[in-house]
Design a protein. Structure first.
Length: 495
């Protein structure tokens, strides 16, 4: 009797627990390194890290993941280093001494201790299985696979693509991938390649695997797709399926399929000096990236305003590539050692993809040469960093001294919009003074439509990356014309 009273609450609770009640809802196995969310559900840390790369909602109740920074997040999220060229597309459950994983998720230690005490054999088996799967992911990934190809544009690892899918062949491809919803998200994969008119089929030789993260159906049958670029590949053999022979879409072209080889970068070596060269280039690229960001913001090249802030946001599911990767800390007083140099070389590889995605973002800024096809074809981080460095130098020179025609066009845009703005303000003042509530509401709606039209035209003009002065002239002319028409319509309505 005295022995029963001396037992702890944990020890008394253990005999009544059942292992099946503590399975992760994602992997359907016993919770391993459990993370408890504010909604009350718990998942394996590795499983939750996977879902966070694609969505910010609970996998069970779909509530937004309002994770307290001090309780469960160790810091701002960063894209895993193996996103581009790692052997596995998923982050593994790697943590520090405090239980924080790559996304800063904190393990719920009381729950973890309870599960280890209640199910020691099952917990040991889960740890062994997780280690085995991690090794298999690194060593047994197939090098050649067959993929459906979306022929659109060159895309880089880390980039997120938002596509309006309306072609029948791509709709069929997306529907096939979405039919696998019961499977893990990493199996909903297709290839993205640029358009190459000189090849048959007209697809580029290098591309990336894309994971279909989310799709929303519209009323007219289109799909609004959000996809994440994972890993680069080389097209070994491509062919195009036969066109539709019957039905509503008879004659529509078939999908392009290909046998692709998944590629890894050449590993930097200490003996030949490639690791040291890559690190030196990375330091130079990081410094130039900071200066380039300042030039773009100061020159007003963002379309829309705040585009770079959104791009550098840690909210990767919203389209950002995250902040600049930070190099490993180095003690300046300590003698250089090979392990430190190799760690900095890995940072250089991660920075090469990040910087390339910054120079050629989605949507494009139009102030730098197109380097995405060259970045995909680069065989090493050193080669990719050299490509990025050249693009940054060329873009910085352009931003510091834009062509006279472009400067004149940008000045004309401001000069044309000033009288239009004054006219709109005068019309608004008259409306507030003389019009009733209904007519003021009508005028406000017309003004919003006019502003929306101007924004669409400006976005279309900004998307023409190489147009330069012509882009600015078109944007200025359309903005002034549409603004004038809107103001004139408002004045006529007032009269």
């Amino acid at each position: 009797m005295h022995g029963e009273q001396s037992q702890t609450p944990l020890a008394r609770a253990v005999p009544v627990l059942r292992a099946e009640d503590w399975d992760c809802s994602i992997c359907q196995l016993l919770l391993l390194e459990p993370v408890a969310l504010t909604c009350g559900h718990a998942f394996c840390r590795a499983c939750l890290e996977r879902t966070l790369r694609y969505d910010d909602k609970c996998a069970l109740c779909r509530e937004p993941l309002l994770i307290a920074p001090d309780a469960m997040l160790g810091g701002a999220g960063r894209a895993p280093a193996d996103l581009g060229d790692g052997a596995s597309g998923w982050p593994r459950a790697e943590g520090d001494a405090h239980g924080a994983g790559r996304h800063g998720l904190r393990v719920c230690l009381p729950l973890a201790e309870l599960l280890r005490a209640a199910f020691p054999a099952e917990s040991a088996a889960r740890v062994a299985e997780a280690s085995r799967l991690a090794l298999e992911a690194d060593s047994a990934l197939p090098r050649a696979v067959v993929l459906d190809l979306f022929v659109l544009d060159a895309t880089l690892p880390r980039q997120r693509l938002f596509v309006n899918v309306y072609e029948p062949r791509y709709l069929r491809m997306c529907h096939r991938l979405l039919a696998r919803r019961a499977r893990p998200v990493e199996e909903r994969v297709f290839g993205m390649v640029g358009y190459a008119p000189g090849r048959s089929p007209p697809c580029a030789q290098y591309g990336v695997t894309m994971s279909l993260c989310e799709a929303q159906r519209t009323f007219d049958g289109r799909l609004l797709v959000r996809a994440l670029a994972l890993r680069r590949f080389r097209v070994c053999r491509a062919w195009q399926e036969a066109a539709e022979s019957s039905g509503r879409h008879a004659g529509a072209p078939g999908i392009v399929r290909a046998v692709v080889e998944l590629l890894d970068d050449e590993q930097p070596q200490l003996a030949d000096g490639s690791a040291a060269r890559a690190v030196a280039l990375a330091v130079e690229v990081a410094e130039l990236c900071r200066a380039w960001l300042g030039l773009v913001r100061a020159g007003g090249w963002e379309h829309p305003v705040g585009q770079l802030s959104a791009l550098l946001s840690a909210q990767e599911h919203d389209g950002g590539i995250g902040p600049m990767p930070e190099p490993p800390a180095v003690d300046a007083r300590a003698a250089p050692d090979p392990s430190t140099l190799l760690a900095r070389a890995q940072w250089a590889a991660e920075l090469s993809w990040w910087a390339a995605a910054l120079v050629n973002p989605l949507p494009p800024l139009g102030v730098a040469p197109e380097i995405r096809p060259h970045a995909l074809a680069a065989i090493s981080a050193e080669e990719r960093l050299a490509c990025v460095l050249g693009a940054l130098d060329e873009s910085a020179a352009f931003l510091r001294t834009p062509p006279p025609a472009l400067a004149l066009a940008r000045a004309a845009e401001g000069a044309l919009m000033r009288p239009v703005g004054a006219l709109a303000r005068a019309a608004g003042a008259l409306a507030r003074r003389w019009l009733g509530v209904e007519r003021r509401s009508w005028l406000a709606r017309q003004s919003r439509r006019c502003v929306g039209a101007v924004g669409v035209v400006a976005a279309l003009a900004g998307a023409t990356s190489g147009a330069g002065a012509l882009t600015a002239w078109l944007r200025a002319a359309f903005a002034a014309a549409l603004g004038g028409v809107g103001a004139l319509g408002g004045a006529l309505r007032i009269a």
